[in-house]
Design a protein around this ligand. Sequence first.
Ligand code: FES
Length: 151
Amino acid sequence: MNDFLLKINGADVPVRAPGEETLLSVLRNRLHLTGTKYGCGEGQCGACTVLIDGVATRSCQARLATSTGVSITTIEGLEHGGLLGPVQQAFLDEGAFQCGYCTSGMILSATALLHDHPRPTDAQIVGYMDGNVCRCGTYPRITAAIHRASQ
Ligand code: FES
């Protein structure tokens, strides 16, 4: 066990855990930020996506020891004062989910996409979101939600 200080959703968060523990495990099991989902655990599905310094990152592949000194944003950090963030609201407005398991990762990847491409084309959306898998196949509605959020 070691002591670490993470910056999560704008707050300094002390964590005592093995440095090799995944960031995903720390978020879910130690900090109870369960909006970040465990899908494959192997970097393949995108369900565990968080933003690290604004970059969409698979938290199942990040280690606690290398997650200090950066700004981590989880799905919980996109809501402010009881109001959903614009990408969250767009997903809701477009019904861009079915089971919802991929949704947190999708929204965080979409947030990073819209930072890089404020008015993305369909091709940019498909390319950027390629690493996020929706087993329910709601891709057309996810694309519509990203377009809505870009307006
Ligand atoms: Fe991390 Fe699937 S759980 S990519």
